[in-house]
Design a protein around this ligand. Sequence first.
Ligand code: FMN
Length: 184
Amino acid sequence: MTNEKLNIGIILGSTRQGRVSPQVGEWVKEIADKRGDANYEIIDIADFELPFLGTTDGSEPGIAAWSEKIFSLDGFVFIVQEYNHSISGSLKNALDIAVREAWGNKAAGIVSYGGAGGVRAAEHLRGIFGELQIAGVKTHPLLSLFTDFENFTTFKPADLHFENINLMLDQVVAWSGALQPLRK
Ligand SMILES: Cc1cc2nc3c(=O)[nH]c(=O)nc-3n(C[C@H](O)[C@H](O)[C@H](O)COP(=O)(O)O)c2cc1C
């Protein structure tokens, strides 16, 4: 273990034009930055312009940059939105296309949203965590498109979520630190 702060990536799971995920990611980062216990960074899948896995020769610079970015992180917070009862295609592709060793022995929390809190998408993601050796923490803040957003577009989170975000971050930081020896 070192005394250096851990690097935790807040991954925006949607690349849809007009997406609400940046608002949610920025809110999580604002809460996280106030803690001072880790370096928190928003990671936008859209910035990497990832092709769909297997449809190119794999030489696009974004693919290597994406794996490098994931390797550089100690843990994750996934901002997850529900698409047809699962995660978005762009998040699944991003999970599949990175070098698989980049994900393993790291902890992750989920902040999800949807008509039913995005819970079905989040549970699908937990299954993927198992295959990638990502340790998913228990506390899972659920946001409602009906009550935490105005007109399904402007994010206005209820106060009650604040405590859960901090609990989830406590767990992500603790487990990301505890798994450090396995990442050496
Ligand atoms: C193709 C599609 C499928 C969707 N399926 C669901 C769903 O199964 N459950 C749900 O709660 N919301 C569903 N939604 C609503 C999205 O969760 C909502 O649009 C949300 O804002 C998407 O996140 P984003 O804006 O960050 O991309 C769906 C939206 C689209 C476009």
